[in-house]
Design a protein around this ligand. Structure first.
Ligand code: DP6
Length: 320
């Protein structure tokens, strides 16, 4: 049987950075994110007894770079004695440039594989499968505001609020389209081994999660802005102080951050967050999205502006 699923990337406001168990890909900290709406990935999966090897294509072209992680995800769902599978993915945004393409990919893949294998895993189980391949993917199983807790034995992911409960907007300023210099997982491991800031980063996360959770519950934008920007800059401080250092930003990244701060000083409800890449994600109230997009779009070196509201979690589509 063939199954087709769709998922959106998510943007962490309180970041996952660090692994407690590298083998099982368990995060060292909890995280809190928003799932986007207008960027998406679809995955179609068909297990075929006639295939000798898994096959994976991305936007119509065979893609071997991701094949081993795709195969591992299929094994987690259907066991390693399963039939091999033909997997085809479509994605409407740049991959591997710090736009969370692996999050939407593995959330969609876990769901499509579970349906194609006749397993029908529930959402918490799908989140564990997706998260074991890419930590942030666990959060894209759910929509709106999502919290991932780094539980004692495994991750637990839950929805904090539906997308429509507090319809924030995200304006993404794409400042470079090349793939990132180092994968986030490898960068995290380096940070844990070498940054003097890493222990403080871990120690303060519970506090940041608590503040962000309260801000989401009370729709307190200023409080969310303060804790999210601080948390993002702490994560990047761990990267910068790793040995050798990891700097994902470019000069345009910094110009975008300054523009966001200037907009906020002028009364606009907006804050920035940045992941393992040079893109700046400006989170704002919907009534400020056009102004934020225009201001970021005017910056020299911004290659593309993407705008998204908040969206649902991974789901099956007809036509599998
Ligand atoms: C900076 O989920 O890509 O985006 O588990 O090694 O695949 P792996 O890492 P990944 O890391 C995401 C890091 C981040 C922050 C976040 O999304 O929370």
């Amino acid at each position: 049987m063939r199954a087709l699923a769709k998922a959106q990337p998510n943007i962490a406001l309180i970041k996952y950075w660090g692994k407690r168990d590298i083998e099982r890909n368990l995060p060292a900290v909890g995280s809190l994110s928003i799932t986007l709406e207008s960027l998406w990935t679809t995955m179609s999966v068909e297990f075929l007894p006639t295939l000798e090897q898994d096959r994976f294509s991305l936007n119509g072209t065979p893609c071997d770079a991701l094949l081993s992680r795709v195969s591992r995800c299929l094994d987690r769902v259907a066991g390693d004695a399963r039939d091999r599978a033909a997997v085809a993915s479509e994605c409407n945004f740049p991959i591997a440039a710090g736009l969370a393409s692996s999050a939407s990919a593995f959330a969609a893949l876990a769901l499509a594989a579970s349906e194609a294998a006749g397993e029908r895993l529930d959402a918490p189980s799908l989140a564990r499968v997706a998260g074991s391949i890419s930590g942030s993917a666990a959060r894209s199983v759910f929509g709106g505001f999502v919290e991932l807790s780094a539980g004692a034995d495994d991750i637990e992911v839950r929805s904090l609020a539906a997308p429509e409960a507090w319809p924030l907007c995200v304006v993404v300023a794409v400042t470079a389209l090349e793939p990132k210099p180092i994968a986030s997982g490898d960068a995290m491991i380096r940070g844990a081994q070498s940054s003097p800031f890493y222990p403080r980063w871990i120690a303060q996360q519970t506090e940041d999660l608590k503040a962000a959770r309260a801000a989401v519950a009370s729709h307190d934008f200023a409080r969310l802005a303060a804790v999210a920007e601080h948390n993002c800059l702490k994560m990047h401080s761990v990267m910068w102080t790793s040995r050798p250092p990891i700097v994902y930003w470019n000069s345009v990244t910094l110009a975008c951050m300054q523009a966001v701060r200037a907009l906020r000083a002028n009364g606009h409800s907006v804050f920035f967050t940045i992941d393992a890449g040079p893109q700046v994600k400006a989170v704002c109230l919907p009534e400020h999205a056009d102004t934020v997009a225009a201001a970021l779009g005017d910056i020299d070196g911004v290659a593309q502006i993407l705008i998204s509201g908040l969206g649902p979690g991974a789901r099956l589509l007809d036509g599998g």
